[in-house]
Design a protein around this ligand. Structure first.
Ligand code: ADP
Ligand code: ADP
Ligand code: ZN
Length: 229
């Protein structure tokens, strides 16, 4: 694997906390490239490949894709995005890691590359708010932009502000799949926050506020972590 010496940030929080929404605003401001493992999987499922079918067998149930496959796909994308991009500091990782094993695999992969983590941003929102956010979520299948029917509607009904494509609902934003994904989050992913807290990387952000306020807090909290590097 190529040595790049990049500096990465992780954004964590339960489904619906606003990770994707915030990443779209914050990543370009901090010269980071946004990579969401969920987006990687949706891309591969859009092709009719065997890999796409394998991923779908987990994805549509709201189950985690196996760790090995996930980390391989993620690191391949990191290489692809960072090669020749001297204006980027690193990646804003969204949706990864989701369990302790993934966090440890990431540490090893970053060490091999000579990369480091600048911070782990935790965006937190009370559980009872998340279901409404997720069942009203609309996404752009073309550019990945995220909207909400009520809380963050597009300018024109059903059409992406960024690229003009028709918005859709995710196949796993049904109440059943949301419940399953949230349970996995609280059981397997939330404990990883302690791991990062112990290493002094965790930055806590209250995500139960208007989108702009949350973005401003994230940028303010991260700026000194880059200046120190
Ligand atoms: P995540 O990536 O954490 O699952 P998203 O960014 O996709 O979350 O946001 C989930 C839904 O909530 C989307 O429909 C989004 O438009 C909406 N949303 C995001 N941030 C806020 C906010 N601060 N207040 C209200 N709704 C929000
Ligand atoms: P959400 O966080 O709302 O569940 P994502 O778009 O991040 O949605 O992920 C959608 C699906 O992709 C997950 O339910 C899971 O099947 C798969 N996935 C995403 N990230 C990972 C990961 N780090 N490890 C394993 N599976 C993942
Ligand atoms: Zn779009």
């Amino acid at each position: 694997m190529a040595k790049t010496g990049a500096t990465h940030v992780i954004i964590m929080g339960p489904q619906g906390a606003g990770k994707g929404t915030q990443a779209a605003v914050v990543a370009p401001r901090l010269q980071l490239a946004h990579i969401a493992t969920g987006d990687l999987f949706r891309e591969v499922m859009a092709s009719d490949s065997n890999l796409g079918k394998e991923v779908r067998s987990y994805y549509d149930r709201g189950a985690l894709v196996p760790d090995d496959l996930t980390i391989r796909m993620l690191m391949a994308r990191v290489d692809e995005v960072l090669v020749g991009q001297s204006s980027l500091r690193g990646m804003l990782l969204d949706g990864f890691p989701r369990n302790q094993a993934q966090a440890e695999s990431l540490d090893l992969a970053l060490r091999d590359r000579g990369d480091r983590l600048a911070a782990v941003v935790r965006v937190d929102v009370p559980r009872d708010i998340l279901m409404d956010r997720l069942t009203g979520r609309l996404i752009c299948p073309n550019c990945g932009a995220t909207y909400h029917r009520v809380f963050n509607p597009p300018k024109n009904d059903g059409v992406c502000d960024v690229c003009g494509s028709t918005l859709t609902q995710r196949s796993d934003d049904t109440p059943e799949a949301v419940e399953r994904r949230l349970s996995i989050y609280y059981e397997q992913t939330a404990p990883v926050l302690d791991y990062y807290r112990k290493s002094g990387l965790l930055v806590d952000i209250d995500g139960d506020r208007p989108i702009d306020e949350v973005s401003a807090s994230i940028i303010e909290a991260l700026a000194p972590r880059f200046d120190a590097s």
